[in-house]
Ligand binder design. Structure first.
Ligand SMILES: Cc1cc2nc3c(=O)[nH]c(=O)nc-3n(C[C@H](O)[C@H](O)[C@H](O)COP(=O)(O)O)c2cc1C
Length: 352
């Protein structure tokens, strides 16, 4: 008998089952980063997933990398998110806003101020990204001063406060996929000589300070944290001793008693078992591309408490019902993942 349909507690929330919606950038905010009615409808359609983790949301102008992603730092952003949280709550769901500062994974054409991207060190990701004029190289970023690193921690704190003002149930700090937090963690992106670079403890300092500041601002029980150990997205290479960074970071984060840790699992099973053994609260595990018959495997093996799903949730507003009843799933249409209108966003059919 699977535990997938049994209730569990995550932070302040009681979830009626173990599925959740993984964070997914959809690039449909207004040009100033304000989410609007269409996004409210999209999230509300998926409320039966229980915990919805939003698309990556920038905490500042510097934190933006992709076109028309939402923000959480102006009054307009708060009013926009308020529509989303109202609709999700009305439909019986919870919404955590994922705070994503992209660091060097950006291009001046995509940001409000058109400035050079900022990062731990002046090292380009060595990859291209989509801009309004097509694919372009991501430029060499400017290294943040020590003072600016502290300012960036403060930006996360303020963005978390704004998310709560907008009615969010909490925030997830995006420490995965090669964005600023993982840039600090990874030696190949972080060559700093101050207290934020060098040793593992120094490279993990930024992540810990962000989590500490956000938890102090909105409550540890409304703060989640996402990691992707071994991930190579956006030019990250954690090297041979990469797992040791997490063997240091995760116990440090564990001291904060956060609502949850969200592991985007890329295959280091031994590390996942270690994390499970030492993490004190809810553990969310997302395995990319897992087939539907395996969604409960980690939960039933006692390795995870909740299984967030990405692409399945994107394409199936009634995913919970479909998985429960064994109904067929809609296929996600990659051509409508990012940007555009309601097509490929709010028009995936339900069974009814
Ligand atoms: C369209 C799309 C956008 C994504 N955007 C984000 C994001 O903003 N933040 C994040 O942490 N992960 C993001 N991801 C990764 C997903 O959260 C998830 O880890 C990934 O899709 C693998 O899980 P799945 O096989 O269930 O889709 C995105 C994935 C997709 C498909």
């Amino acid at each position: 008998m699977t535990k997938l349909w049994s209730p569990t507690t995550v932070g302040r929330m009681t979830l009626s089952h173990r599925l959740a919606m993984a964070p997914m950038t959809r690039s449909r905010a207004l040009p100033d980063g304000t989410p609007h009615e269409l996004s409210a409808a999209y999230y509300a359609q998926r409320a039966s997933l229980g915990l919805l983790i939003s698309e990556g949301t920038q905490p500042s102008d510097d934190g933006q990398g992709y076109l028309t992603t939402p923000g959480s730092y102006t009054d307009a952003h708060v009013a926009g998110w308020q529509q989303v949280t109202d609709r999700v709550h009305g439909a019986g769901g919870y919404l955590y806003i994922q705070l994503m500062h992209v660091g060097r994974v950006s291009h001046p054409d995509n940001t409000p101020h058109h400035r050079q991207p900022v990062a731990p060190s002046a090292i380009a990701p060595g990859a291209q990204m989509f801009t309004a004029t097509g694919m372009q190289d991501m430029p060499v970023p400017r290294a943040l001063s020590t003072e600016e690193v502290r300012g960036t921690v403060a930006d996360f704190r303020k963005a978390a406060a704004a998310a709560i003002r907008a009615g969010a149930d909490g925030v997830e700090i995006h420490g995965a996929n090669g964005y600023i937090v993982q840039q600090f963690l990874a030696e190949n992106a972080n060559q700093r000589a101050d207290e934020y670079g060098g040793s593992i403890a120094n490279r993990a300092r930024f992540a810990i300070e962000v989590a500490t500041a956000v938890a102090a601002e909105i409550g540890a029980d409304r703060t989640g944290f996402r990691i992707s150990p071994g991930g190579k997205s956006n030019g990250i290479d954690e090297g041979q001793s990469g797992a040791d960074v997490y063997r240091y970071l995760v116990p440090e984060l564990a001291k904060l008693n956060l609502a949850y840790l969200h592991v985007m699992h890329l295959g280091n099973d031994e590390l996942l078992r270690e994390i499970r053994a030492l993490w004190p609260t809810a553990l969310l595990v997302n395995r990319a591309g897992r087939p539907r018959q395996d969604v409960a495997v980690d939960i039933d093996a006692g390795l995870a408490d909740v299984a967030p799903l990405g692409a399945f949730a994107l394409a199936n507003p009634d995913l919970v019902e479909r998985l429960k009843t064994g109904a067929p799933l809609n296929k996600p249409d990659q051509s409508t993942f990012y940007g555009g209108d309601s097509h490929g966003y709010t028009d995936y059919p339900t069974l009814a």
